[in-house]
Design a protein around this ligand. Structure first.
Ligand SMILES: *[C@@H]1O[C@H](CO)[C@@H](O)[C@H](O)[C@H]1NC(C)=O
Ligand SMILES: *[C@@H]1O[C@H](CO)[C@@H](O)[C@H](O)[C@H]1NC(C)=O
Ligand SMILES: *[C@@H]1O[C@H](CO)[C@@H](O)[C@H](O)[C@H]1NC(C)=O
Ligand SMILES: *[C@@H]1O[C@H](CO)[C@@H](O)[C@H](O)[C@H]1NC(C)=O
Ligand SMILES: *[C@@H]1O[C@H](CO)[C@@H](O)[C@H](O)[C@H]1NC(C)=O
Length: 420
């Protein structure tokens, strides 16, 4: 495993939220020492040469915590709308999640969310983690503490001087980070450097340098996986192909292409990711000229109770397939390297409210504590309320397709086999 260079994450987090809290408690960010007001509230000189050349401090920064998954199912309305997806996902957020999804559907009155702000009916999803027993059977790993979604402002001084601000995700916007098909590590990929596997110690603290894929060691406090999304936007695309990225011709009635009896996934991805790009340093840095607009820099953080299997991963046992140092965890897409980790975001925000929060200084205080954000005050849900939101009935996975407990035969939901 390649240890973290340090630079990427030091600019971002010096500390990690505890893995086991129901309501996420992010720790403070490092102070940057400067205090430049947001582009939205301060008049900015248009001449860059007269503008103070300094990195601004982080302003809009809050952590959206979501409780239990809204569903665990073989669905992916971004990649394979209307059809079962190729592999299983653990899904957080809005209750509109389904075979296909439109912005209008996320905004329906009856739609609830497991996330802290009731007006954020977005969905956040990732592949599910499994443990491979010595005899080849697979067992689902418990996810702990829901998800932390970090919303960060990453304007640099040129943006400030040009009077730019971070734009809320528009209606219909969706995006993906990572690549499900990837099985090798490329140090030069800013996207891949934005994925980290953090082995937590028993006290919930980060004790080791992050790993790039599944760690080849036990993690007594669980395994925390983080992934960073692109934060530069072309100002045009929403993430769907021509005609597929607006609500007008989508499957609003829930029938149409929503064939729930189909057993094969969409032949090719319905996702067009050319609308977003990473800034030059992945987290911070300049946006490419093709993608001049800043959107919130999202980062997902999720923890899995891999420690529940510590007693079963005896590397020296003769029956163990892991005696060559191979680690025993695998994602629901069959990836045992960890390099194929990926994450999806489907915007379900009240767009005006998010834009208001991004301009609100009180939303950038206290190391991401969303409770301080005035804009969200009247829409905050307690973790109790979040967890009262009823889980969706599984539509593909479930009775006919086991996902939980021990899966004999070494086959993952959707007939997915572990690579190699
Ligand atoms: C494989 O091991 C698991 C865990 O011990 C057990 O639950 C399962 O029944 C075993 N399967 C077979 C086919 O022996
Ligand atoms: C992908 O989206 C971009 C806008 O982000 C658009 O210019 C391009 O034509 C789209 N490609 C296809 C094949 O639809
Ligand atoms: C989910 O999609 C299925 C298949 O398209 C549809 O029958 C069902 O009504 C949808 N559910 C909701 C709650 O919209
Ligand atoms: C749904 O898909 C299945 C499998 O491809 C097919 O047999 C069936 O005719 C389809 N049903 C509808 C209503 O399109
Ligand atoms: C691991 O397996 C070896 C060989 O079967 C055995 O001697 C050893 O006690 C086991 N260790 C643990 C911690 O179970």
């Amino acid at each position: 495993m390649i240890p973290l260079s340090g630079i990427l994450w030091l600019t971002c987090f010096l500390a990690v939220p505890s893995a086991v809290l129901a309501a996420p408690q992010p720790l403070p960010l490092p102070a940057t020492g400067t205090s430049v007001s947001t582009a939205a509230t301060a008049a900015q000189p248009s001449d860059i040469s007269t503008c103070i050349r300094q990195e601004p401090s982080i302003k809009a920064f809050f952590v959206m915590g979501c409780g239990k998954p809204i569903t665990i199912d073989r669905l992916d309305p971004i990649i394979s709308p209307g059809l079962p997806s190729a592999h299983l996902h653990t899904v957080m957020g809005g209750s509109a999640f389904n075979f296909s999804l439109t912005y209008a559907q996320t905004q329906a009155h009856h739609v609830r969310t497991t996330c802290a702000v009731s007006r954020d009916k977005s969905n956040y999803w990732v592949p599910t983690v499994y443990f491979r027993h010595a005899n080849g059977s697979l067992e689902s790993v418990q996810q702990v503490g829901g998800i932390n979604v970090y919303y960060q402002e990453r304007l640099d001084w040129t943006d400030y001087c040009a009077g730019k601000e971070v734009l809320a995700f528009p209606e219909g916007f969706r995006m993906i980070a990572g690549d499900s098909a990837r099985r090798t590590y490329d140090e030069n990929s800013v996207e891949q450097r934005g994925i980290q596997f953090i082995c937590l110690l028993t006290d919930g603290q980060e004790g080791l340098d992050p790993f790039r894929g599944f760690p080849g060691r036990t993690c007594d406090g669980g395994l925390q996986i983080r992934i960073r999304f692109p934060s530069c936007w072309d100002g045009v695309g929403l993430g769907g192909f021509e005609g597929g990225d607006d609500d007008s011709d989508s499957d609003d009635d829930g029938n149409g292409n929503g064939n729930s009896t189909a057993t094969t996934p969409a032949p090719k991805s319905a996702y067009n990711g050319s609308h977003v790009a990473y800034p030059s340093r992945g987290d911070t840095g300049e946006c490419p000229p093709t993608h001049p607009f800043r959107i919130p820099a999202l980062l997902y953080e999720m923890t899995w109770a891999v420690d529940a299997f510590n007693h079963l991963r005896n590397l020296t046992s003769p029956e163990s397939p892991y005696d060559k140092g191979e680690q025993p965890f695998v994602f629901s897409n069959g990836d045992k390297t960890g390099y194929g980790y990926h994450a999806d975001f489907f915007n379900g925000w009240d767009v005006d409210l998010l834009q208001k929060a991004l301009r609100d200084e009180s939303c950038g205080d206290n190391g991401g504590r969303i409770e301080t954000c005035e804009t969200f005050k009247e829409f905050l849900q307690s973790s109790e309320e979040m967890n009262l939101v009823e889980e969706l009935e599984q539509k593909v996975t479930g009775e006919g397709e086991q996902w939980e407990g021990v899966l004999e035969g070494g086959v993952l939901p959707g007939g997915v086999r572990v690579d190699g």
